[in-house]
Design a protein around this ligand. Structure first.
Ligand code: SGN
Ligand code: CA
Length: 517
């Protein structure tokens, strides 16, 4: 009988232990963090109705309807790797050490990051898709990330590093990256809450749609932005001096037929990207000047939106998976992108600038039962706030040296006294790619003050209320003299608070340094 009692005792304690584990799993929410590369808010219906009739984003919008949309979330350095590093660490580029893509080096993976913290707090974690930080991802029980093209990834038949092993896969990246993420969800450890980072290459350059969407907008003329014909008046040395106008879209971007005389370098670019030439006839013979420029924009925007169509479809698959597996209730779903993008505004593609279209990133989040449906947050949020927010939502300790602040209360509809009224921005990469002058600045709720340095010393001021398109540089306006002084002081205070007090000479050095990448 003693033996029987002991055995019974063992069974009971085993059961309660199991129950305990399930309870923990229930108490801590799961996270599915869906992240794209270069998805502008102008192309998301929940943010902007510019493309709402032709290219809706129903699944992304659904996340917003069921949860919260952040309308003023900003990247602190609007470029791929640096934004990712800021999100992982909750720290500015000058603290996490990852300033640039080009000659950017390796992200120091020995430093603290939020996936590591979640793992320590009992989470099972995975990264699937684009990583783009050169060093091995740390803090993940499983990873499978794009390695082609210095980790930029390709749209067709991509190669991934799966926990350190190179694997060549077949298919369209957005679809198969989703397959791999769902496979991980099927096979993961079910005793622990999970955090899945699903990071698409799409809709990054060269905006290659899936075969079934190649002709999606063929018969239409898509709307042009109001600032498409910006002449950069009063901004000649900055906005007027870039390599991101329609002229810089190349044959690959435009899906032009490969001419027979293509030189070796160009040809390699075609083949390298796994590009499927669409044999679109070159319009150069028939179109010139403004007509050619407009044709290029149409080609670009059609492919960009068609590429996003697959992103939205696949998000639909993920949401359906969560529903089918009874995971909807206790899973936080986030949709975000590393920065914004110019969709023809100021005549451009690409990002980098502290101007609105580029620095604003989409950030949409749902957490059933906790975040009320249709919540709108207009406060200023930056990408360094994401890590501490995720930590607070998962009841994980936030280290002292994290520079961002958790915006969890804002998501829950609370008003936070003393929430930041402005944010600090800094972009370093120069001259490649796209020749964007290094700059830093402050964005308040109404104004934006930018200092461009390196080989010029130029300031710009915008009144976003009067001039949301940032066409009218007020830096020489006498009526704004005292405002400029105040903003300069506030900017200095932010730089000091965040610990970036480098001189222009030292900053130049950051742009010039090859960090080894
Ligand atoms: C590539 C693109 C650029 C783009 C950078 C950075 N050129 O270099 O247009 O700005 O990536 O993008 S391409 O000819 O290779 O497509 S980022 O998303 O990694 O920051
Ligand atoms: Ca990007």
């Amino acid at each position: 009988p003693v033996k029987q009692i002991l055995c019974l005792f063992a069974i009971i304690s085993l059961m309660s232990c199991k129950k305990q584990q399930q309870k923990t799993a229930i108490e801590k929410p799961n996270i599915v963090f869906i992240f794209t590369d270069d998805h502008a808010t102008q192309a998301i219906t929940a943010y902007n109705d510019r493309f709402k009739d032709i290219s809706p984003t129903p699944n992304i919008d659904r996340i917003a309807k069921e949860g919260a949309i952040l309308r003023n979330a900003f990247s602190t350095n609007a470029i791929c790797g640096p934004s990712r590093a800021a999100i992982l660490t909750g720290k500015y580029s000058h603290v996490n050490g990852y300033y640039k893509n080009y000659r950017g080096g390796h992200f120091d993976n020995t430093q603290w990051s939020y996936p590591k913290a979640l793992q320590e707090n009992g989470y099972t974690t995975a990264l699937v898709g684009k990583w783009h930080l050169a060093s091995e991802p740390k803090g993940f029980d499983y990873y499978k990330y794009h390695i082609d093209h210095g980790e930029q990834g390709v749209y067709w038949n991509p190669t991934y590093s799966e926990n350190g092993t190179e694997v060549k896969e077949e298919g369209y990246a957005t679809n198969i990256t989703t397959d791999f993420a769902l496979q991980w969800l099927d096979n993961k450890n079910n005793q622990e809450p999970f955090c899945l980072m699903l990071q698409y290459k799409a809709p990054h350059r060269e905006w290659a749609p899936d075969t079934k969407y190649v002709d999606l907008f063929e018969d239409e003329t898509l709307p042009f932005p109001e600032t498409f014909n910006d002449m950069y008046e009063g901004r000649e040395q900055t906005a007027g001096n870039t390599h991101m106008t329609m002229d810089y879209l190349n044959r690959r971007d435009l899906k032009l037929a490969t001419p027979e005389d293509l030189d070796k370098k160009e040809l390699r670019k075609w083949l390298d990207y796994g590009n499927k030439p669409r044999q679109i006839a070159t319009p150069n013979d028939t179109l010139k000047g403004e007509a050619l420029r407009r044709w290029k924009y149409q080609r670009y925007i059609k492919d960009y939106l068609a590429t996003i169509r697959s992103v939205d479809d696949n998000i639909g698959r993920v949401l359906q998976y969560l529903k089918d597996h009874n995971l909807e209730e206790n899973t936080i779903v986030i949709y975000a992108s590393d920065q914004g993008f110019f969709l023809g505004e100021h005549g451009w593609f690409d990002k980098r600038w502290m101007y609105e279209e580029s620095m604003r990133m989409p950030f949409i989040i749902k957490y059933p039962g906790k975040i009320k449906p249709n919540t709108v947050v207009d406060d200023i949020i930056s990408n360094i706030d994401i890590a501490p927010t995720l930590l607070e939502l998962t009841k994980t300790e936030i280290p002292q040296d994290v520079q961002g602040k958790s915006f969890t209360p804002l998501l829950m509809g609370e008003t936070v006294e003393n929430w930041r009224q402005s944010m600090y921005y800094h972009y370093y990469e120069y001259p490649k790619w796209h020749h964007v002058q290094p700059h830093y600045g402050i964005r308040t709720e109404r104004y934006k003050l930018i200092h461009f340095y390196y080989d010029i010393d130029v300031w710009e001021l915008y009144d976003l209320q009067e001039d949301p398109q940032e066409m009218n540089n007020l830096i020489h306006s006498e009526a704004h003299t005292s405002l400029i002084t105040t903003l300069k002081e506030q900017l200095k205070a932010l730089k000091t608070a965040y610990g970036n007090t480098m001189t222009v000479e030292e900053l130049r050095n950051i742009s010039d340094t090859n960090f080894g990448g």
